[in-house]
Design a protein around this ligand. Structure first.
Ligand SMILES: [Ca+2]
Ligand SMILES: [Ca+2]
Ligand SMILES: [Zn+2]
Length: 535
């Protein structure tokens, strides 16, 4: 029982529940304790104390127990804390998994956001669209489901044990077998999650953990300092200060050496590619901490390995490591800062809010855009000179992946043939193109339409002149919104989440909230009813 749960927070939630029952997202109620209100503004990186974390869990548990109306929780359901991540200024985000009669509910995750003390609930975010009232007796056996899933990939290496789950990312929760197939598509490796209807054997949906680039230090100076490990005579490209981060070849073995002096500065040398990959991943980690208040890629102090030498004009994230190929001319490895940060951006996406974003090209496009946004953030944080890789809002400009310069442009996506703004065709647009609207939103939010010394940008609707709030604040708002992600992730949800995030992060100011709204409106993502007002 938690005596500190503030009445004010519940009142805000109740208001939100009246307007958006399926995905409540209320602004943080003002801290009404005078002692707390008078306390100093926390720094950006302000990990909560163990006590504040425990308090957040107690507060969230009490809220979930009291407010089944917000989560559509039935009596046969149970929540379990799956992740507790803190963000800008120590705000806390608790992700709960849901089970129904003992079965995991895919799409049933709930994210509770609290203040830094863990005392007040800012929002309860549930993606579940209707109550679960299904029978859990399967009429399709596991072997049949496994065979159906296996047939979805042309090349199969292994098939995981089917798990009976409730599939609930659509309006009709269904009993399903989730089968994970490891293999490859025609273009790239694949870790495909297939949901087979356990009553009729049809495929409900599938999604791929692999986020491949499209057909689409050498970069960071010479010499550069990278964090490695080892001692006299035995060194390794393992960054023990950023747990999980290391670099090696395609077989997964980390590069080792008798000296702590790596690479030769050549665009075709793989050890050099690892120098660039580690350098970029380390800058990104530092950016996450210093600018976004986040502890590592996972938010819980961990990162993932990198592999170089992929025999393809490509780079990808597969759910557990990043992998980097080369450009089409075979003169450079695909390890410039924004490409590395893009692939690790998929890992951040996977470790934010509900975890997965759901299947489909709309969430896939938002996932790709997330990678591009982290590329731009990392380049700006590193702030390298013009002779190396200066900060910009282009993607892949240094690697010239397929011989036509950058592969994406955030201030004018259409320059590379991608949509500048949202439309009803986004859900059927290839994911790397579908990144356009949110990329464009991020540029307008950061820089506006006419920034000094930077490219101009245009709008698709609303006022034609926007003023940016700077890339740091834009990044903080973006990550805070992502921390409340539920599946399926959509542009409408991203708007709602980032508006709420801006209000939580910058209380007492409407500049940021209104800039977030204006930038979404500019890319054709309009306000939904019940949107937070400011002032
Ligand atoms: Ca650059
Ligand atoms: Ca770039
Ligand atoms: Zn990607």
């Amino acid at each position: 029982m938690n005596s500190k749960l503030k009445v004010g927070a519940v009142a805000v939630l109740a208001v939100a529940a009246l307007t958006t029952p399926s995905a409540v997202n209320a602004a943080t109620a003002p801290v009404n304790d005078p002692a707390r209100a008078a306390s100093a503004e926390p720094p950006v990186y302000a990990p909560p104390s163990a006590e504040a974390r425990a308090q957040a869990v107690a507060t969230a548990n009490a809220t979930l127990a009291a407010r089944a109306d917000l989560t559509l929780k039935g009596e046969n359901e149970k929540f379990d804390l799956a992740a507790n991540v803190s963000g800008v200024k120590g705000l806390q985000y608790l992700t709960y998994s849901r089970s129904y009669r003992g079965l995991r509910v895919h799409g049933g995750e709930v994210v509770v956001a609290t203040d830094r003390f863990g005392e007040q609930v800012g929002s309860v975010n549930s993606g579940l669209q209707s109550r679960i009232t299904i029978d859990v007796t399967s009429r399709v056996d596991a072997a049949t489901a496994s065979a159906t899933a296996r047939a979805q990939l042309p090349t199969v290496e292994s098939v995981g044990t089917p798990e009976l789950v409730v599939h609930a990312t659509t309006t009709t929760p269904r009993l399903a077998w989730e089968v994970v197939v490891n293999g490859a598509t025609q273009e790239a490796p694949s870790v495909l999650h297939v949901f087979v209807d356990a009553l009729d054997g049809s495929i409900i949906e599938s999604y791929d953990d692999v986020r491949a680039g499209t057909g689409n230090s050498y970069y960071n100076g010479n010499p550069v300092t990278i964090q490695t490990s080892g001692s006299s005579g035995s060194y390794s490209m393992t960054d023990t200060t950023r747990p999980g981060l290391r670099c090696g070849g395609q077989n997964g073995a980390v590069y080792t050496k008798s000296t702590d002096n790596w690479g030769n500065g050549s665009g075709t040398n793989l050890e050099t590619a690892c120098v660039d990959a580690l350098y970029a991943a380390q800058k990104q980690w530092d950016m996450l901490r210093t600018w976004l208040g986040r502890n590592g890629v996972t938010g819980t102090g961990r990162s993932y390995p990198a592999r170089v030498g992929l025999a393809a004009v490509n780079a990808y994230w597969n759910g557990s490591y990043t992998s980097f190929g080369r450009n089409s001319a075979n003169t450079r490895q695909a390890t410039p800062m924004d490409v590395v940060a893009h692939e690790y951006g998929h890992a951040i996406f996977q470790n934010s809010g509900s975890g997965g974003g759901g299947s489909g090209n709309e969430s896939g496009g938002l996932n790709e855009s997330t990678g591009d946004i982290y590329g731009a953030l990392t380049e700006h944080y590193a702030n390298q000179p013009a002779t190396l890789d200066p900060p910009d809002y282009l993607v892949g400009e240094e690697v010239n992946l397929s011989g036509s310069g950058e592969i994406r442009n955030m201030y004018n996506p259409s320059a590379k043939g991608h949509p500048n703004c949202y439309s009803s065709s986004i859900p059927s647009t290839p994911v790397h193109s579908a990144a356009g609207p949110q990329n464009h939103w991020f540029y307008l939010l950061s820089e506006g339409t006419n920034p000094v010394g930077k490219p101009a940008s245009t709008v698709c609707s609303g006022p034609t002149t926007l003023t940016g709030i700077g890339i740091q604040k834009a990044g903080q708002i973006f990550q805070s919104g992502l921390n409340t992600k539920t599946a399926p992730w959509t542009h409408a949800k991203a708007r709602r989440a980032t508006v709420a995030a801006a209000k939580s992060l910058f209380p007492g100011s409407c500049v940021e909230v209104n800039a977030v709204k204006a930038a979404w409106t500019a890319v054709n993502v309009p306000a939904a009813s019940g949107e937070v007002a400011c002032p």
